[in-house]
Design a protein around this ligand. Structure first.
Ligand code: SAH
Ligand code: DHB
Ligand code: MG
Length: 224
């Protein structure tokens, strides 16, 4: 199996199940034109995030890692009109592009984008009394995943859903001797999922237009 086949099959499902959408298409286009890294989730993965948020009947969502707002738009669309999504982004250029994309999608009233390193903005969000969130999507700098998981738990309730992107990293996740800080962060995160008694988790490997990677999905099974 090759990347070419994964991409072709991804496109087959996207063409069937993910109709073209002006706001989402624009988010991808402005992100690419501005030279943002192509690290947004794929269209099929965005749809998966939407479905998971809908299954969860989410009213409040926390996203760590906004980029151009592509996954943000998918997730925010699962929310009712009085729902709330807080998304955290450290890069001012990414944040600016995301803001225009979110506005263009008509989601500015629902989405609250916080500029700053997530490990600085997360304590502020907690201090402001936000949370518990119904769904938390972790998709920023991978070395910080263990800390993000601790914050996700802090900002959860029994039944909250925690999703993390990029937990396979082209298979590098199984290399215990890797000295890639991202692999290290993801492995530590996976180990925390395994040892934390307050969550029940699994991970699924994915292939597609974004290569070979995967999502971890955890449900919080206990209040604090
Ligand atoms: N969720 C997006 C992709 C996010 S890519 C999507 O699927 O569309 C990861 C993002 O995390 C980048 O925009 C990067 O600037 C941001 N990031 C990196 N380190 C961060 C940090 N410490 N705090 C907040 N955001 C960070
Ligand atoms: C990277 C980050 C992501 O969030 C992603 O989906 C793909 C790649 C990266 O940092 O390489
Ligand atoms: Mg990602």
């Amino acid at each position: 199996m090759t990347q070419e086949q994964w991409t072709a099959v991804d496109r087959y499902f996207t063409d069937l199940l993910v109709p073209p959408d002006p706001a989402l298409d624009r988010a991808l286009q402005t992100s690419a034109t501005a030279g943002l890294p192509p690290h947004n989730v794929s269209p099929n993965q965005g749809k998966l995030l939407l479905l998971l948020a809908q299954i969860q009947r989410a009213r409040s969502i926390l996203e760590i890692g906004t980029l151009g707002g592509y996954s943000t738009i998918w997730l925010a669309r699962a929310l009712p009109s009085d729902g709330r999504l807080i998304t955290l982004e450290a890069n001012p250029k990414h944040a600016e592009i995301a803001r225009t994309n979110i506005a263009h999608a008509g989601l500015s009233d629902i989405v609250d984008l916080r500029l700053g390193k997530a490990l600085s903005t997360l304590p502020q969000i907690a201090a402001e009394g936000h949370g518990p969130f119904d769904l938390i999507f972790i998709d920023a700098d991978k070395p910080s995943n263990p800390e993000y998981f601790a914050w996700a738990l802090k900002l959860s309730r029994r039944g909250s859903l925690i999703i993390a992107d990029n937990v396979v990293r082209n298979g590098a996740v199984i290399d215990a001797n890797s000295n890639d800080p991202s692999v290290h962060g993801v492995r530590r995160f996976n180990e925390l999922l395994a040892s934390e008694p307050r969550v029940s988790a699994t991970a699924i490997q994915t292939v597609g237009s974004k290569g070979y990677d995967g999502f971890a999905i955890a449900i919080v099974t206990a209040d604090e």
